[in-house]
Design a protein around this ligand. Structure first.
Ligand code: SAH
Length: 356
């Protein structure tokens, strides 16, 4: 059986050709897929025989809305999608002046282990498929009626830990016959898998790379981000500099402000030194409070910002959207898992291997 929506138009054309179908059928089917059909039967301009052949040889995996929360404050919508195997992932629709943005997941759970993040608490269950990533964008657009112009890969999971799928997703979502979303309208966020950042650089894509830095020194970063224990801040920054050189794109450094952990004046100074001469800016994120975590939001965001700016660093502070709903990574899925269990903290999810 073929996962038809994970194929590019060119692959679909070849696949149909092998089955004796002309090339224009591929385009017809591709268009149906991106109109959000959930079965081959809905492809009404194909012959019944072809529709039946497709149902025998290929499958679709449309997600179901398991839960939906709409913010009364700013219209942010958070979706909990149930995938075809019963697992759940989240997407968030955010309405900005520059267009509607959807934040999507790339894995069921995450194995990176960041101390402040709800997505990783129960480990990684599995990678998503390209089709499952596309469908988050498509069905968010269809359900909400909001045309999507921007995508951020900042939901559940580590995009560079599902590299090939994410690259295929980018090709698909960018395709003019599909959603036609330009690379400059896409951001990819990583906790800093250096080998994969180097690999990504070789593609020379015009997307925005966000690096979740969160601390300027190894002691602090290793404490809150296990991925830092094997690589370290210096090597990560070298990799980022190589990335900028290869792509000409500036990097966005994410920095979630955590009370008493990474928000001191000394750390602001260290961060400014670290970024000196690099093409990039800092995005300060007010920490989202995760119930299970002892880490709390910093009260020094404005002071930290000022101190960085005084040293020539470009800084933005992320606007908090959907604060009346669980609009941050992994929290809705986590709540749904807990209520399915009728208890806190435990899940049936198999925990995959630890941080690489
Ligand atoms: N795995 C990728 C992308 C998913 S997380 C990464 O690490 O970048 C998207 C962003 O949200 C990352 O910058 C992550 O560090 C941040 N984040 C996770 N939990 C958070 C929380 N509780 N408060 C604020 N930001 C958080």
């Amino acid at each position: 059986m073929t996962d038809i929506k994970s194929m590019t138009l060119e692959e679909l054309t070849a696949w149909l050709k092998e089955r004796g179908e002309p090339a224009f059928r591929a385009k017809q089917i591709f268009h149906w897929l991106y109109r959000g059909v959930t079965s081959f039967d809905e492809m009404t301009d194909l012959s019944k025989a072809l529709r039946e052949k497709l149902s025998r040889q290929a499958f679709l995996t449309p997600p179901q809305v398991a839960r939906k929360q709409v913010s009364k404050l700013d219209g942010t919508i958070k979706y909990l999608w149930e995938l075809s195997d019963g697992n759940c992932v989240e997407s968030v629709l955010m309405r900005y002046q520059h267009g509607n943005t959807v934040c999507i997941s790339c894995q069921v759970g995450c194995r990176m282990g960041c101390a402040f993040c709800a997505s990783t608490l129960a480990g990684k269950v599995r990678d998503l498929t390209p089709a499952e990533m596309i469908d988050q964008v498509l069905f968010t657009q269809i359900d909400s009626g909001a045309p999507i112009s921007n995508i951020v890969l900042m939901g559940i999971g580590e995009p560079l830990d599902n590299f090939d799928t994410v690259m295929r997703f980018l090709t698909l979502v960018n395709h003019p016959e599909g959603m036609n979303i330009g690379m400059r309208h896409i951001s990819l966020s990583t906790c800093g898998l250096v080998d994969k950042i180097d690999k990504l650089a070789r593609y020379g894509l015009q997307l925005t790379l966000s690096v979740s830095l969160h601390a300027p020194d190894d002691e602090t970063r290793s404490k809150i981000m296990p991925v830092n224990r094997s690589v370290g801040v210096e090597k990560l920054m070298d990799t980022c500099r190589r990335y900028v050189q290869a792509t000409g794109r500036r990097i966005s450094y994410e920095y979630a402000m955590i009370d008493g952990v990474n928000d001191s004046d000394a750390q602001a100074d260290q961060l400014a030194r670290l970024l000196k001469g690099t093409l990039g800016h800092v995005n300060l994120i007010p920490l989202n409070d995760v119930e299970e975590s002892p880490l709390k939001p910093s009260r020094r965001v404005a002071a930290f910002q000022k101190r960085l700016e005084r040293q020539g660093v470009t800084v933005t502070v992320r606007r908090k959207l959907g604060s009346d709903i669980d609009a941050s990574c992994g929290q809705l899925r986590r709540k749904a898992m807990q209520s399915a269990q009728g208890m806190g903290g435990q899940t049936t999810n198999r925990k995959e291997d630890e941080v690489p």
